[in-house]
Design a protein around this ligand. Structure first.
Ligand code: G4P
Length: 525
């Protein structure tokens, strides 16, 4: 197979959902259909068990297990599919945001009864920022759910994307009969008490055919009405609009019952985008370019004290990645080669010899990498679109052991490089501030500083509403702002100006008084 064909046959995506909607179950079923695993339960859940939410060590252990399932590759219908797993726990939301920088599309799982939930909204905001193509899977139809028309309205309004049903449910819950495939014109019948079986499918090209009544009885007329309405309201599938992130095809099913998953996977393979182009500060990178380029989107530290290595995850954007070949680490200006780059195939890891655009390579790292780092064959480029998001929780961090000051500084530097949290320095008092999206990270940092760097820290509470990056074209105005707000000014690790807003009022008041200053909520602007 030539290089171009290798690229064309790759589909790299993430399954995203509000916790409990069925992300893990669906991922597993996709792997089952893809033949990558043979029994349900083979893939360790990346979900952090609810009982363990206060015990971060337990969480880290579970995260450790999930390294193997961070990326799950498998072959299906001559296609190489890479599923990137995302942590379920909302305290690790930033990990998920970053993973979304490395995919070409996403599948969003929605619980039919609960509809769009807060975490779904946040994740969709990130997808919208990048125009990531989205397919929606409405799950748990075997339970009593919302009316499908109401649900479609909710999806459209809340996710702010035009929706286009591909299948349509016949009832739900105890009377769930199955789904009608609007384009293949067949009815997939749901057999409720035979879990794990693949449903029977009947061709019904004409809905007025009496056969429909035989299969679904009193629900036949309702389905006829529904389908008439559906064809009047919703657009037909438009692949370019989907690939531009403007239209989301919607499937209905039940992941737990294997129902509707094959339709989803088949359609996904047909329409999902192949590896995309990426923007760098210097130029656009096309996957077909022969020279390698890629960036690190995730770093996973090993919590096991006997194995201090970390795995950095590289998304290949162009060219071919080869084992034992020298590549330029752009930020360090250093040439590096990798003896044991890792490929992830479902629940197994193996050493890879080559990888293509769309693939994810796991690189064992001893501290060379930070999130956003670029590897090339010599060109100096910097990938865009790997922002940090405005953190929501803040604490001052203090050194608790004066003679180990250096260890603390190094630990904080490296942990924040890994993306565990963000580090700011308050300009008024020189104190270091840690900003996170989840409370758990404070415990993670304290523990890891002690166990990996021999440093100890304490935290002081800090009440902040948001930290945002500020920018302005008029130097005098910027200086004026900084002078007036001197108590609330900080620098991030890259030395950029950050405004620490104490309250929503303080922020909107500043925005009003300084209309020419731009306040950014992600680090990339
Ligand atoms: P998540 O990764 O999005 O957090 O969700 P996960 O797949 O773990 O699913 C959450 C719960 O919903 C699980 O039940 C799972 O079995 C159930 N579930 C997933 N798909 C369906 C479906 O189609 N129908 C129904 N009725 N339930 C579904 P749990 O009791 O929390 O966990 P478990 O003990 O079953 O693993």
């Amino acid at each position: 197979m030539d290089f171009k064909q290798e690229i064309e046959r790759r589909r790299t995506f993430a399954v995203i959902a509000h916790p409990d909607a069925g992300k893990t179950t669906l991922t597993e079923k996709l792997l089952l259909f893809g033949g990558a695993i043979h029994v349900a339960g083979a893939v360790k859940s990346n979900k952090i068990r609810k009982t363990a939410t206060s015990d971060f060590m337990e969480i880290e252990k579970q995260r450790g297990i999930s390294v193997a399932t961070s990326v799950m590759g498998f072959e299906y219908r001559d296609t190489k599919i890479n599923i990137l797993d995302t942590p379920g726990h909302q305290d690790f939301a930033e990990d998920t945001y970053r993973t979304l920088t490395a995919v070409d599309s996403v599948i969003v799982v929605i619980d039919a009864a609960k509809g769009v939930e807060p975490q779904t909204l946040k994740l969709m905001d990130v997808c919208r920022m990048r125009q990531t193509p989205v397919i929606v899977f409405v799950n748990k139809l075997d339970r009593e759910g919302q009316d499908p028309f109401d649900l479609m309205d909710e999806l459209e309004q809340q996710l702010r994307v035009q929706v286009c049903p591909m299948t349509w449910p016949v009832s739900s819950g105890a009377t769930f009969k199955g789904v009608y495939n609007l384009y293949e014109k067949n009815l997939n019948l749901f057999v409720s008490d035979e879990k794990q079986t693949i449903a029977e499918s009947v061709n019904i090209s004409d809905l007025h055919n009496k056969e429909l009544d035989e299969h679904i009885g009193k629900f036949a007329d309702k389905l006829r009405e529904d389908i008439e309405l559906v064809s009047g309201i919703y657009p037909v599938p438009d692949i370019p609009a989907y690939r531009a992130g403007k239209l989301a095809p919607v499937f209905f099913g039940s992941a737990l019952n294997n129902f509707g998953v094959r339709e989803l996977l088949d359609c996904f393979v047909d329409i999902a985008p192949t590896p995309k182009t990426f923007e760098t500060e210097e130029r656009t990178i096309h996957p077909q370019e022969l020279k390698l380029s890629g960036f690190i989107f995730k770093i996973h530290a090993n919590m096991d004290p006997n194995h201090r290595d970390r795995i950095a995850f590289l998304r290949v954007c162009s060219g071919e990645f080869r084992r034992n070949t020298n590549y330029l680490h752009v930020r360090l200006g250093k040439s590096l080669k990798f003896a044991n780059p890792t490929a992830f195939m479902a629940d197994k890891k193996s050493v890879l010899d080559e990888a293509y655009p769309g693939d994810i390579v796991g690189i064992y790292d001893t501290g060379n990498f930070k999130i956003g780092d670029t590897l090339t064959e010599g060109e100096t480029i910097h990938f865009k679109g790997i922002p940090s998001f405005s953190p929501e929780l803040f604490r001052y961090v203090e050194n608790a052991d004066p003679i180990r000051y250096k260890q603390l500084a190094k630990g904080l530097e490296q942990l924040t490089d890994e993306g565990v949290a963000q580090l700011f320095v308050n300009q008024a008092n020189g104190r270091k501030i840690i900003g996170t999206v989840g409370a758990l990270q404070f415990d993670v940092i304290q523990y890891r500083l002690e166990h990996e760097y021999g440093a100890s820290c304490t935290y002081q509470p800090m009440h902040l509403y948001k930290a945002c990056w500020i920018e302005g074209d008029d130097k005098a105005e910027m200086d004026d702002f900084k002078r007036r707000k001197w108590q609330f000014m900080a620098l991030d690790k890259e030395g950029r100006d950050v405004f620490l807003a104490e309250s929503q009022y303080a922020l909107s008041n500043s925005q009003e008084k300084f209309p020419n200053i731009r306040f950014h909520f992600t680090s990339e602007f």
